[in-house]
Ligand binder design. Structure first.
Ligand SMILES: [Fe+2]
Length: 275
């Protein structure tokens, strides 16, 4: 029987008692997983050794349990810094900074599933921080003030941090790949919960002096990611982690790009614009 053991902070729990065979055969498991994901922000299944076919099928079951129409299971995206394994390898170092996946999309994915296939000898831990807890920690006066702010999110910014001397052509290509997007700083979810929308993509606050806005965004990120708000997952081979991409920031600790580290990602369909 599946049980949840909280890690004790504001985010993260381990799911125990779920084996590979149950992922597709236990009809009540997908809805149960979505419920405990909502409550815990990130779920760890240690040593599950899920393969691509089962990961895709289980992701589709989660989508369907969330009300998405049945259809093709989502594709596997390889998260690796090895350019021979992924055409996106050069962009993925952006994951070393706190972010939500698809922050410059209209509707970010609801949740992300990541399974460990090859690990680096050192580094590569993934950290999670709750953006719900970050909002809850604000004073009433801050909640009121920040509730009015809108933030420009930029893929270009995360890439510039990695490559400050990028040419004009490279910068234009980044902007074309993912154009800037404006989101409210406070996301009021359908559930009634609020979260802060922060991370490396948060470039500036609309209507605020650039430096003043960046200082505010940096301060809020620092407060949101203090150690007491963070769960750091030290990967074991075969681990599967699912996180709520709408309300959790994540980042990877740096690792050797030639280590062969290979993680397989699927994304659940988002249905809630940031508003
Ligand atoms: Fe990510």
């Amino acid at each position: 029987m599946a049980t949840v053991k909280k890690f004790g902070g504001t985010v993260g729990a381990e799911v125990q008692g779920v084996g590979l065979d149950q992922l597709l055969s236990d009809e009540s498991l997908p809805a149960w997983c979505l419920k405990v994901l909502e409550e815990n922000g990130a779920l760890v299944f240690r040593g599950l050794y899920i393969d691509d076919e089962i990961q895709r099928a289980f992701s589709q079951k989660l989508n369907e349990a969330d009300g998405a129409p049945s259809g093709e299971p989502p594709p596997i995206f390889r998260v690796t810094l090895d350019p021979t394994m992924s055409a996106s390898a050069e962009y993925l170092k952006g994951a070393f900074f706190w972010h939500i996946d698809g922050a410059s999309d209209d509707i970010p994915s609801k949740a992300t599933l990541l399974s460990a296939h090859v690990l680096s000898e050192s580094g590569g831990e993934t950290e999670f921080a709750s953006c719900y807890a970050a909002y809850d920690d604000l004073s009433d006066e801050e909640k009121e003030r920040y509730g009015l702010l809108r933030v420009v999110h930029s893929f270009e910014r995360s890439q510039l941090l990695l490559k400050p001397d990028a040419s004009d052509e490279e910068r234009a290509a980044w902007r074309e790949r993912r154009p800037d997007k404006v989101h409210p700083l406070v996301w009021r979810h359908r559930t009634g919960h609020c979260s802060l929308v922060l991370g490396v993509s948060a470039l500036r606050v609309e209507g605020m002096d650039l430096e003043e806005g960046q200082a505010l965004l940096a301060e809020l990120l620092e407060r949101s990611t203090r150690p007491e708000h963070v769960y750091r997952h030290e990967w074991g081979l075969g681990d599967l982690v699912i996180w709520d991409n709408r309300g959790v920031l994540h980042r990877a600790a740096p690792y050797d790009p030639s280590s062969g580290r290979d993680m397989h990602r699927t994304s659940l369909v988002g249905d809630e614009p940031i508003q």
